[in-house]
Design a binder for this molecule. Sequence first.
Ligand SMILES: Cc1cc2nc3c(=O)[nH]c(=O)nc-3n(C[C@H](O)[C@H](O)[C@H](O)COP(=O)(O)O)c2cc1C
Length: 452
Amino acid sequence: MKKQMILSALDMSCVGFLAQGVWTHPADRSTELNTLDYWIEYARLLERGLFDMLFIADNIGVYDVYGGSAAASVKGGVQIPMNDPSVVIGAMAAATKHLGFGITGNLVYEPPYLFARRMSTLDHMTGGRIGWNIVTGILQSGARAMGRQALVPHDERYDIADEFMELMYKLWETSWEEGAVLVDREHGRYADPDKVHVIRHEGKYYRLEAVHPCIPSPQRTPFLLQAGSSGRGKEFAAANAECVFVNGVSKSVVAGNVADLRRRAAEVGRSPTDIKVLAGATIIVGRTEAEAREKLEEYRRYADPEAVLAHAAGGLGVDLSKYPLDEPIRYEENDANRTAMAMLTRNGEGGYTPRKIAEEMALSARNLLIVGSVEQVVDELADWMEKTGIAGFNVARLIMPDSLKDFIDLVIPALQECGLYKTEYREGTLRDKLTGNGPRLSAPHPAATIGR
Ligand SMILES: Cc1cc2nc3c(=O)[nH]c(=O)nc-3n(C[C@H](O)[C@H](O)[C@H](O)COP(=O)(O)O)c2cc1C
């Protein structure tokens, strides 16, 4: 039997997500993001396509590196406005039954106790359909927005993350024992105090003494997603993540990343297949290749080169407005996104210039862009699965919702026909659906072994 792929929809609660300027296309509806109807329809559409998850990325801060201000981003709607990703989940969960929700939470700025409570509440309200994209932030503007002088240095962000995770696991997994909740009306005992424990933690970055305020949710620990690809990022992912997002740069780079993650996972005693890797992809499909290419050209006409550069500059932490259009970007060590820096300088064939960035990254940023007929798209997705070892794709929106509708109406049935995609949802929580290993994390994952 063929390996069935996981499909996640990749988005952010903003107008200009990865395809800067495309919101100006007359068919695009992403400017309706401030209405509940937009999100409810979105969730229903994804569930119609049997998508496993809607993944909502998030940034704290604004892209203000280009030209030394946020002007280009504000003008072009480059991830500003940016709404809180968690608020719309309840409405979407009520409108669907199976769709999972991966929401982003930046642990550097979240108070552990409140964050653990929010995630447990969301896991309850969705019947166990919550995933958490663990991020530590790459924007200096985010640090300033949160009252700090500067971004925490790159590797130290992961040290903080290690300790934050330890705290989360203690709160979610050990504060309430199995069987602690009684709801015994006859004797007036809601819960058994002997089975509810105060978590005491004193570490380098955090100090806490608390009972977790929520009873155990279906998954306890939400399904754990992560996207770091630096050495330190992969070390963190190998220990904690259940699903890792990578930019779909090239098959060989992604295959190398998958192999490296599996090796690192094995080193910490986890099964290499415990980590599912999803590659980011932007897909333009037509009934024929010519139709798809026409769409590509049409969408390109709406791209906003300055906004594309403002987005890239923010991610790289480099003011691209200072570079002549045809000068290759030089590698520099900073505290922003190391993977992006390496890709656009050291690994980039011939090096990326601002012009090349504005042209090649206009519709898909650093994600894979697949354009073709239904058959071509299916073949390419299958080839990626086979050659890289990924478990599936994070499909970024382009024209909202038409490009997702195209994908669902044309590509999904073709994938199903060749056995590459499910024809119905599996029952259970997001973790059940994506791993088949039950609703909760089990040993040797640290969530299952902590405090035991
Ligand atoms: C598909 C994908 C989604 C991401 N989503 C977010 C996000 O929502 N918020 C964020 O701050 N960083 C996000 N990142 C950035 C990562 O969390 C991480 O900072 C980045 O990949 C660099 O990690 P590294 O320095 O370990 O390579 C994302 C990265 C990828 C590839």
